[in-house]
Design a protein around this ligand. Sequence first.
Ligand code: SF4
Length: 318
Amino acid sequence: MVKRILLASPRGYCAGVERAVETVERALEHYGAPVYVRKQIVHNIHVVRDLEARGAIFVEEETEVPEGATVVYSAHGVAPTVFENSARLGHNVIDAVCPLVTKVHVQARRYADEGYTIVLIGHAGHEEVVGTMGEAPDATVLVQTVDEVDALELPAGAKLAYVTQTTLSVDETGEIIQALRRRFPDIRAPRKEDICYATSNRQWAVKEMLPEIDLLLVIGSRNSSNSNRLVETARAAGTPAHLIDDETEIDERWLDGVETVGITSGASAPEKLVARVCDWFRARGVTDIQAYRLVEEDVTFRLPVELRRELELAAQAP
Ligand code: SF4
């Protein structure tokens, strides 16, 4: 029977997600509905539904957005061709890409300009990977595993550099980087780690908590990369873990023989979902619910410059 709930810290919203969600909210307030959003602004179904209810229209491609309309690009970043399409259609573009993703784009562009072949470590098809590859499609190869590193075929004498997706497993990525270094000792590394602070902090917090818990519940959507990595972090250490969008997805059979449940949430999951899961356990008689070591994050990002300027102008208007 479950006796105790431990809440991982840090968990939930990162600075990039806070900024992206606020961008859509402020754009809706300023321009009025509808505001178009290319792809899910962040990978969380609750966030998307909430913004839809306020007048956001989510589309898969910028080419679906009417001419001249306002469109917000998601936190995961886009390829340069997306900006080109929007320019042709006269869109009012607000780019809510996380600045930490932009850093990877800038790096990839610089490497390509200097004649490097870029090895991008990431998951095929993930929006962030599609966007980063778009910076230098002819100069970039994607690897997802150590086996793929071993199978890489590159032109002899190619100058190599690597970048990574921001939301990967710290441990797995470390292994892939080691494999790259073994095969290509001269490969250039990013000046600063590409896996972002939020992803690595949340994985660290789960690892810290594992000796104390029998089961981990990760609140996050299926398409949230960093949330999936949290599940894997627990499972890799032998602790059962499940990804849930909210309390309705908890299967009571998971709780058989479990005394302490750890709860965390991905970088795109709002804190209210954690509260709902805690209420679900309270309704089943669990009273011992506590944070496991409180760790504060103090990273914040300003709103996208194009929106900030627009809001400043509106504030100055007579
Ligand atoms: S998970 Fe990291 S890279 Fe992604 S939005 Fe958050 S801070 Fe930015």
